[in-house]
Structures are given as C-alpha cells and as structure tokens.
Design a protein around this ligand. Structure first.
Ligand SMILES: CC(C)(COP(=O)(O)OP(=O)(O)OC[C@H]1O[C@@H](n2cnc3c(N)ncnc32)[C@H](O)[C@@H]1OP(=O)(O)O)[C@@H](O)C(=O)NCCC(=O)NCCS
Length: 200
C-alpha cells in the first residue's frame, strides 16, 4: 500500500549503494502503477524486506533492454508497466541487513514467481540482476567473473548465487546497463526463472 513506501525506501537505502536506492517517491509510483507486484516482508509489524516487479511488453523490453532507467521508467514503472505485458520483470529485492540469511529474500522472490505464474498472459519471468562483487575481482573479465564458482559449485558472486541456487538461468550480460552501479562495473545480468514448475 502507498503508506509502505517510506519503509520500503528505508530497506532499499540499507540494501544498495546510495546512488541505486529507490526513493520514497519511486516506491509510491511503483505501488500506484502495479500495486500487486510490490511485495514486502515484515517482522513484528516492521517492513524489513521488499521485492518489486512490473509487467512489460516484449516489444518494450527488447527496445529498452540496454538501459535500467529506460526499462523501469527511472525506477517509477509509470510509463514502463503495462497490465497486458507478457514479461514479468523482477526488479530489486532487498532485505534489511540484520534480517539477512533468514530466507526472507528467497520467500519474497518465490512469492513473486508464484504470482507471475498465476497471471494470465505472462510468457516469461525475467530480471536484471547485478554482479555486485565484480569490482573486487579486477583481474577477471566480466564473463570470467559471471562464470566463477566456488569449491561447492556455487557462483562466487553473492547476488548471482542467490538467484541461480533457486533455479534462475543466466541469459546474457549487458555492459552499461546501470552506469552508476560502480560495484558491478555498470553491468546488468539478465536472468530468467522458469514459467512452469518442473514436471518430472
Ligand atoms: C540478496 C538478498 C536479498 C538475499 O536476501 P536474504 O534474505 O539474506 O537471502 P536468503 O536467506 O533468502 O538466502 C537464499 C539463498 O541465497 C543465498 N545467499 C544469500 N545471500 C548470499 C550471499 N551474500 N552470498 C552467497 N549466497 C547468498 C543463501 O545461502 C541461500 O542459499 P540456499 O537457498 O542454497 O540455502 C540480501 O542479501 C540483500 O538485500 N542484498 C542487498 C541488495 C541486493 O543486492 N539485492 C539483489 C539484487 S537483484
């Protein structure tokens, strides 16, 4: 609900570098554009996590895939969200630092995926994520970094690990996607979650 925008912005402020955090106004616009796609997690009545999403048409997505501000209408979703869009785009999951590691982030994204699967007309569930640890590995190219796994076979990058360990596929790497994301070198990594549960 719109009143949650202040608390959602505070979670974002604690989750992202300042230049990437979504403002209170940004969250208000997102909630206005697509209320059912903006999810929060609370603990004892306090909002401690948030996960956003919008629906976009394939044509819009393909036209704006190179630029975070274009594909999200500068974080607001006002001009980018389309209630008939075929792509369910996950945008930004954050959990307050003291609540991390308790599966809130996973539950938020899982709820987004379940909701996307329940909607008529959705063909793909996608998102741009950030290779947040890239700048700490200056010796590697972005492709080497995105492929880098630890001895347990998990991605070294924490955010990629978060998504891939839950079944997301990495589709492509986009330079200059978010130039002010210094930690990620400006790169965006396009990921996709399956539209259907595995049928065995
Ligand atoms: C990424 C983030 C949302 C994860 O939330 P969380 O509640 O701590 O994560 P969970 O407890 O649900 O963990 C789910 C899985 O991700 C893994 N994971 C979470 N954080 C991780 C990290 N820093 N490094 C490696 N793996 C991590 C967990 O080990 C767990 O794996 P498992 O399912 O195999 O057990 C949280 O760390 C955060 O807010 N980060 C800052 C903002 C950000 O970068 N958001 C992602 C942008 S798309």
């Amino acid at each position: 609900m719109p009143a949650d925008a202040v608390a959602m912005s505070e979670v974002d402020r604690q989750s992202w570098p300042t230049s990437l955090a979504t403002s209170v106004e940004g969250f208000r616009s997102r909630i206005e554009a697509f209320p059912s796609g903006q999810l929060v997690a609370d603990s004892d009545g306090r909002i401690v996590g948030a996960a956003g999403a919008q629906r976009v048409t394939r044509a819009f997505f393909n036209a704006h895939i190179r630029d975070y501000d274009l594909v999200t209408d500068s974080d607001r979703f006002t001009a980018s969200h389309d209630s008939h869009g075929e792509i369910y785009q996950l945008i930004g999951v954050g959990v307050a630092p003291e609540f991390r590691g308790g599966r809130l982030g996973r539950q938020l994204v899982d709820r987004q995926i379940a909701y996307a699967r329940s909607l008529a007309g959705i063909e793909r569930i996608m998102g741009f994520t950030r290779p947040a640890g890239f700048r700490k590995h200056q010796q590697l190219s972005i492709d080497q970094y995105v492929a880098l796994r630890d001895s347990n076979g998990r991605h070294v990058d924490p955010v990629l690990s978060f998504h891939v360990s839950a079944g997301a596929q990495i589709l492509s790497v986009h330079p200059g996607f978010r130039p002010n994301d210094e930690q990620s070198g400006g790169y965006g990594v396009l990921i996709e979650y399956a539209l259907y549960d595995d049928v065995t």
